[in-house]
Design a protein around this ligand. Structure first.
Ligand SMILES: C[S@@+](CC[C@H](N)C(=O)[O-])C[C@H]1O[C@@H](n2cnc3c(N)ncnc32)[C@H](O)[C@@H]1O
Length: 387
């Protein structure tokens, strides 16, 4: 279980990538969607023309978007395939682009492994906003890395929401809780006097600190290790959190899925503990936002009923914004055994006003209907567990 690589070498890599236009790749949708999702592609195209896509936007035709630009920038294309998609590359080509000296340092630092004239990146370099993040390569549901450091599609979903709905003003102190790479903290940093990122996984803490150093971020942004609120002190004007929020049965928990496991109560324990803490750690009129997933059991939206008493206790005016209806990819057996019809992924946005309430905002009818059809279809497949 390696920690983050040498920070000085990482900083050299980050500036070499910037010089070679790596930040330009931030718009290219790169998450491969199954080909049968092609009818949804016009939506992706529209988002792309509006500059609203990211490397985590799913697309049935990801190469379509980068093809023309990459034809004119073959060096960036190779770097992107190597450091973002984690595909192997000929060592000779890589050395030509980055220089033998830097390649030697990357190998010594464990960022690049070489064998038989080819090289492979052992970490993922993710461009987003004004930062290049270091995370573990995507391992899907088949995790092999202990204390895996996550950065993925829901990180971008939350940060986009925060950017459009909350960053129209400036804040004093900001907190990114369950920070991972401190992705959410970076998103709010230019709107805050100071930011603290708090994270439990010691390896992620190390990554987050290395990212700050490699991107030359001022020391008004710091990282602490904390089990949820344990080591957090003082009050905040904005708190952003993308915590683990999936249910995982006890016998399936392991230290490779710390980013996933939301705790007891069908994975709502950690999101609810964070929401409860908003009452103590937000300044008056302060805003807190987090991701959570609600199990729908016999028609009841369970998260909604758990949040209500907490919102009333603290005076948190709360809006739930749905953004995905899904069956559990991690554990369908658990879903069937616990009579969970499906999960609704929510953005939970609260303001400390003294008027405790929870309302749920609408989800576009067409999207909801299509997603529900997809859920029904999954349940008809022979692979879906039966009681
Ligand atoms: C889904 S990941 C999100 C990471 C990051 N916030 C983002 O948006 O990319 C959840 C993160 O919460 C961390 N985490 C899990 N349990 C925690 C705890 N008890 N206290 C603090 N962080 C925790 C995980 O290690 C992981 O980095």
């Amino acid at each position: 279980m390696n920690q983050a690589p040498d920070r000085v070498v990482l900083r050299k890599l980050v500036s070499a990538l910037r010089e070679r236009h790596y930040m330009h790749t931030v718009r290219f949708p790169s998450l491969q969607r199954p080909f049968f999702m092609l009818p949804f592609e016009p939506n992706v195209m529209l988002s792309y023309t509006r500059n609203k896509t990211s490397p985590f936007t799913p697309s049935a035709l990801p190469s379509l978007y980068r093809f023309r630009w990459f034809a004119k920038h073959p060096d960036t294309a190779l770097l992107y395939r190597f450091f973002f998609l984690n595909q192997p590359a000929p060592l000779r080509h890589l050395s030509k682009i980055l220089g033998n000296e830097l390649i030697g340092q990357l190998v010594d630092a464990g960022i690049v492994q070489k064998s038989d004239g080819h090289a492979r990146a052992t970490f993922r370099m993710v461009p987003y906003g004004d930062t290049i993040f270091l995370s573990d390569p995507d391992q899907g549901d088949a995790r092999t890395t202990i204390q895996y450091v996550y950065l993925g599609g829901d990180s971008v979903t939350l940060s986009n929401f925060v950017s459009t709905r909350m960053l129209h003003r400036s804040y004093g102190r900001g907190l990114d809780l369950c920070a991972g790479t401190a992705f959410q903290g970076h998103n709010i940093k230019s709107h805050c006097d100071s930011v603290i990122a708090a994270e439990f996984n010691p390896r992620a803490v190390d990554f987050a600190r290395a990212i700050l150093y490699a991107n030359s971020v001022p020391d008004t942004f710091s990282v602490i290790q904390s089990d949820l609120w344990q080591n957090v002190t003082g009050n905040f004007d904005i708190i952003v959190s993308n915590p683990p929020y999936y249910p995982v049965p006890k016998n399936k928990w392991n230290p490779m899925i710390m980013d996933v496991f939301g705790g007891a109560d069908h994975g709502m324990e950690k999101p609810l503990t964070i929401f409860d803490g908003f009452g103590q750690f937000l300044n008056p009129s302060g805003e807190g936002i987090l991701l959570a997933a609600s199990p729908i059991i016999k028609g009841e939206d369970v998260l909604l009923s758990r949040l209500k008493p907490l919102a009333e206790k603290h005076g948190l005016e709360t809006v739930l914004v749905p953004w995905k209806y899904t069956n559990m990819r991690l554990d369908p057996e658990y879903q069937v055994e616990n009579s969970i019809d499906y999960l609704i992924h929510y953005i939970v946005h609260a303001r400390l006003t003294g008027n405790g309430s929870v309302i749920s905002s609408g989800y576009p009818f067409l999207v909801r209907t299509l997603q529900k059809l997809q859920l029904g279809f999954q349940k008809m497949l022979p692979s879906w567990p039966r009681r």
